[in-house]
Write a protein that binds this ligand. Sequence first.
Ligand code: LMR
Length: 394
Amino acid sequence: MADKKLFENLPEPQPDALLALIGLCRADPRPTKIDVGVGVYRDAAGATPILRSVKAAEKILIETQDTKTYLGSDGDTRFVELIKQVAFGDALAGDPTLVGVQTPGGCGALRLGAELLKSAGATRIFLGQPTWPNHAPLLGVARLETVDYPYYDTAKRTVRFDEMMKALEGARAGDVVLLHGCCHNPTGADLSLDQWDRLSRFVADRGLIPFIDLAYQGLGNGLDEDAAGTRMMVERVDQALVAQSCDKNFGLYRERTGALFVKAPSEAVAKAVYGNLLSLARTNWSMPPDHGAAIVRIILDTPDLRADWKAELTEMLARIRGLRARLAAADPRLAYIDEQNGMFSMLPLSPEQVLELRKEEGFYMAGSGRFNVAGLSDENVDRFAKAVAAKLPA
Ligand code: LMR
């Protein structure tokens, strides 16, 4: 060790496989390539344009913003108030035991939540399998013991609800359970409302702590529909965390706009939670980036912009649902895709077949077989379905 320079002790870096796909696809000169890797929405022409409502809000912001002075570690508090209503609906919007702070995207919210759990002395977290590959590393900061629970049946293409509930029988009061609010990433397979009902009663009875990742609200079946399970859970339990993201439903990706909400058993505890969130944010990023949250605030505070954003979101949702229906109609073995929600579904392909499709067809999808439905266009969806179907067992 003594003869080594400090940085030579660093571990071999593990590049993020999803983000690496962006570069690989960009470097492919084939005009027929299809980027179905990282989760960004693309319109029928294959572009990810800035939403009209976002552009309009940016113009207002440029004209009216008169200072760049610091906000607090809680960020834009009006943004938090408005997005709380979008995420939780009117019934919970005014609940003083549900407190929130602005975060740098959903990742920032997950990280802040993990730090809060660590500070509070949580010891175990139950993670569904599969889940978004960045969940475990992001939550790893809490140094919690991780227990996997089965979530998705790859052969049947459905949620393994009974097995999931059985695995959660092993959870003790105070254990944390990570859940996806909607548009499950990577599988697209969501819990039904009946399943949310059973799960939320169980979680409440056992004193478990749900940590819900709500990153795709509005892109599954609608704003209220996609939040229904999360709302039911938060109403029933007295402790919960919700990581909210505006990356996808406002198309703000690189602006890193989100919020962490925490439900506490009483107003007094909620105040203490809020204070802790501010301290933890201060030592991580001091205060979150402002631009995206200011845009969302202006949109939600301006009735015609709010209406236009909703119309744009409905258009995105309809496009995704339309693509899902076309894939399902292309081959009976792809029929399940229409039952699933949001940007992603999994194809039952081996990592080798995923690589073959990349080489032969220029399809860029995750090694797990996860593909971004919204990355397809009206022109290439049938070619995609045909080439994928050719790889599937008869
Ligand atoms: C994805 O899973 O593709 C998105 O959540 C983007 C990301 O940060 O990985």
